[in-house]
Design a protein around this ligand. Structure first.
Ligand code: NDP
Length: 253
């Protein structure tokens, strides 16, 4: 998507998990649109976008969320755009093979991390009576499967929470939406699919031409485009929605 130059100038943004993959694309596009951006991951990598501030934090813990919120308040004074992108989980052979700690971990990363960070940063948005929050879910919620149930169940909770938060915050001029990616070629996505293929003894690579109506895997930029649209005033009457960006792959109910 062509960003409108300086469309987000003066906006302060936080993107979780921006050192690679979808998060890094979101950070790059926010910077291109003129926003001031901080991102976070457990470890910085060479692919972390230049021009963004970086805070090392683990968003799965309350301590990590609190440290991140404090750093953002100190460096930016608050946030106008909050993108919850950090997420994922490793697959198992079937649902019964998923250990307790992995259910817990999937919930912490894919659901509770957003709840905690929103509770720390949304009050500032309420005071300023403006803000935009995006939760990154997954189109896999539409077809939950045993090997990923810890992940899709946590993302389903996130979607329900996101819709409820949207209704609560709408009177304060804060928009809350979800973006649900389909299969996107990222380091995390590829690793997960390779592990799944190994567990299921299936082909290492499913041909996207056969399974995706639009004939290719998603790119991180495809997802960032949707996030940038939501961050802009062009989406000024959009809240509580879930935009599925999946090349047409997953069934809509
Ligand atoms: P990647 O695994 O490629 O990147 C994940 C990013 O999040 C990295 O920067 C990683 O850095 C960071 N991160 C992971 N765990 C934590 C943590 N506990 N605290 C802070 N940062 C963390 O993921 P993708 O780009 O593939 O996925 C991004 C989002 O999109 C996720 O929510 C995922 O569920 C969703 N999604 C992805 C799909 C895909 O096919 N790629 C499909 C559907 C949804 P570090 O490891 O250093 O912490």
């Amino acid at each position: 998507m062509a960003t409108i130059e300086n469309e987000l100038k003066g906006k302060r943004a936080l993107v979780t998990g921006g050192s690679r993959g979808i998060g890094a694309a979101v950070v790059r596009q926010l910077l291109d649109a003129g926003a001031e951006v901080i991102t976070t991951a457990r470890s910085a990598t060479s692919t972390a976008p230049e021009g963004a501030g970086f805070v090392t934090a683990d968003v799965r813990t309350r301590a990590g969320a609190e440290a991140l919120a404090a750093a953002v308040r100190e460096r930016l004074g608050g946030v106008d755009i909050l993108v919850h992108n950090a997420g994922g989980a490793r697959p198992y052979k079937d649902a019964s093979a998923i250990p307790d700690e992995e259910w817990q971990d999937a919930l912490e990363l894919n659901y509770l991390a957003s709840v905690r960070l929103d509770s720390l940063l949304a009050p500032g948005m309420r005071e300023r009576r403006t803000g935009m929050i995006v939760h990154i879910s997954s189109a896999a919620v539409l077809t939950p499967m045993g090997p990923f149930l810890h992940y899709t169940a946590a993302k389903a909770a996130l979607e329900n929470y996101s819709r409820g938060l949207a209704l609560e915050l709408a009177p304060f001029g804060i928009r809350v939406n979800t973006v649900s990616p389909g299969r996107v070629a990222t380091p995390g996505g590829e690793e997960t699919r390779e592990e799944w293929a190994r567990l299921s003894e299936g082909p290492a690579r499913v041909n996207a031409d056969d399974t995706t109506p639009l004939g290719r895997d998603g790119r991180s930029e495809d997802i960032a485009d949707a996030v940038l649209f939501l961050a802009s005033e062009r989406a000024g009457w959009l809240t509580g929605s879930n935009i599925v960006v999946d090349g047409g792959e997953f069934p809509r109910g």
